[in-house]
Design a protein around this ligand. Structure first.
Ligand SMILES: *Cc1c(COP(=O)(O)O)cnc(C)c1O
Length: 459
């Protein structure tokens, strides 16, 4: 009889708790430092600023000693409404094409109205804000994946949403702007006339292309100036990673249904949220039961935080306001080349993920644009899915692992996060087929400049 290649969970089987890895981490996890004194903990004013920006419940979750945190019913309901639990599929056609004995499984985080994993945290963030009497949320977005996820979540909980979108994307990628507006969000090209910071930059250059750092500053300024308004971030923070663990918890139940356990868990890393979300429930087994899965995080060669950066305290933001966190970083002033995988351009990675890499519990690899797109092209032609350029980084690593398994003859079980579809990113496919797609590798000069700008922490 033919064995199915897809496992769906029913609504009743949706996980009811997120997994908080923090209490399970090995000893020695570095605490955040104050950005002025370079000492822990961050000054009370700074903690006050954080609670002005984020819902109390999210900050409490990030400090919780509990390894399991209840998902509120209203959040579960919204997860179900947009398509959770998501399917887990086996890529048998890709396996056959590669002639590999490896078995490849992928978790379908493209299956929701905005096509990426980002609603998994946008929904609880919007919900907790609503619970705490907040009426409007501000945020920034680059290519628009995060902005559209938050706009969707705000529509579901009837909240207002204001998005500062980098002007260059606003002009060249109007598709996601329209999606945000369809969900009722107000979208400004950043820098904008809406904030003092934006006005100042526009006075100097009325066609300023903007940057993610500038858009963050505008979203924070807007939040601080208005009552019943908070700010939201789509990656890097501990509570964001926590919310994403719904992905791995579902995947674990689905792998069990297939009767397998992964030998390798793979995902792309921008801030690290989709990969942490998939992998942490399996990392838990490694930490607690010494089970032997390997963990491989994949980044672009253009922003090689974990493969060529340093493990050091750095600013999480370009404005140097946020607490310093220890992470693999190429420096907060790093000038990122214009790669298509806009979601993978952050200078650092989530601190817990970096700690696991530093402890040798996780590994990482970096790939360049053209080899990544060759893998995405093969995936589309065999499996029929057009991947986001971010997701394509994971696919490239999976293809390499499957070919390594072919060499050794090992029947390796590979699991990866299909973090999003690429139907709104077709330019990168166009350029790849036209052979005009450029490769980018961070040069030693770029890395030196970024690392020189790291804060000098006294030993
Ligand atoms: C935003 C994004 C990423 C990168 O963000 P992480 O926080 O590292 O997950 C990866 N894939 C897709 C499709 C995205 O939209």
């Amino acid at each position: 009889m033919m064995k199915g290649t897809k496992v769906n969970l029913t609504a009743d089987e949706i996980p009811r708790k997120w997994y908080n890895i923090l209490p399970d981490l090995p000893p020695g996890y570095p605490p955040p430092l104050d950005p002025k004194t370079f000492k822990p903990p961050p000054a009370p004013e700074l903690m006050g600023l954080l609670s002005r920006l984020f819902p109390k419940e999210c900050l409490a979750q990030a400090a919780s000693p509990q390894s399991e945190i209840d998902i509120p019913d209203e959040v579960l309901e919204a997860y179900l409404a947009i398509g959770r639990p998501t399917p887990l599929q086996r890529a048998t056609r890709l396996e056959k094409n590669l002639g590999t004995p490896a078995r490849i499984y992928f978790k379908r985080e493209d299956v929701n109205p905005v096509g990426s994993h980002k609603p998994n945290t946008a929904i609880p963030q919007a919900y907790y804000n609503m619970q705490e009497g907040i009426e409007r949320i501000t945020t920034e977005t680059g290519a628009g994946q995060w902005g559209s996820a938050l706009a969707l979540a705000c529509a579901l909980f009837k909240m207002d949403c204001t998005v500062y979108m980098t002007r260059s994307s606003y002009l060249t990628k109007p598709g996601r702007k329209t999606i945000m507006e369809t969900f009722g969000a107000e979208v400004f090209p950043s820098p904008s006339e809406n904030t003092e910071f934006g006005k100042k930059l526009l006075k100097k250059d009325k066609n300023h292309p903007g940057s993610l750092g500038i858009a963050i500053s505008e979203a924070v300024e807007d939040c601080m100036k208005h009552e019943k308004t908070k700010y939201s971030l789509g990656s890097v923070l501990d509570f964001v990673l926590l919310h994403q663990t719904i992905v791995g918890l579902e995947a674990k139940a689905q792998m069990e249904r297939f009767g397998v356990y992964p030998d390798v868990v793979v995902g792309c890393i921008g801030g690290g949220s989709n990969y942490a979300g998939l992998s942490y429930p399996f990392v838990r087994d490694k930490l607690k039961k010494n089970m032997g899965a390997r963990f491989i995080a994949v980044e672009p060669t253009a922003v090689p935080s974990t493969t060529k950066g340093v493990y050091a305290f750095d600013y999480g933001d370009t404005a140097e306001i946020a607490p310093l966190v220890k992470m693999y970083t190429v420096g907060h002033t790093f000038q990122c080349p214009p790669i298509h995988a806009a979601g993978l351009r952050y200078h650092g990675k989530a601190p817990s993920l970096c700690f696991l890499i530093n402890k040798g519990i996780m590994e990482s690899r970096a790939y360049n644009q053209n080899e990544v797109m060759a893998a995405a092209d093969l995936f589309a032609k065999t499996e029929g899915f057009i991947a986001a350029p971010e997701t394509a980084h994971a696919i490239k690593a999976v293809v390499d692992l499957a070919l390594e398994a072919k060499e050794t003859g090992e029947e390796e079980t590979i699991l990866f996060n299909y973090s999003g579809h690429g139907l709104l990113d077709l330019r990168v496919y166009e350029e790849y087929y036209a052979k005009t797609l450029k490769d980018f590798q961070a040069t030693d000069e770029m890395l030196d400049a970024g690392l020189r700008a790291l804060p000098k922490i006294p030993a």
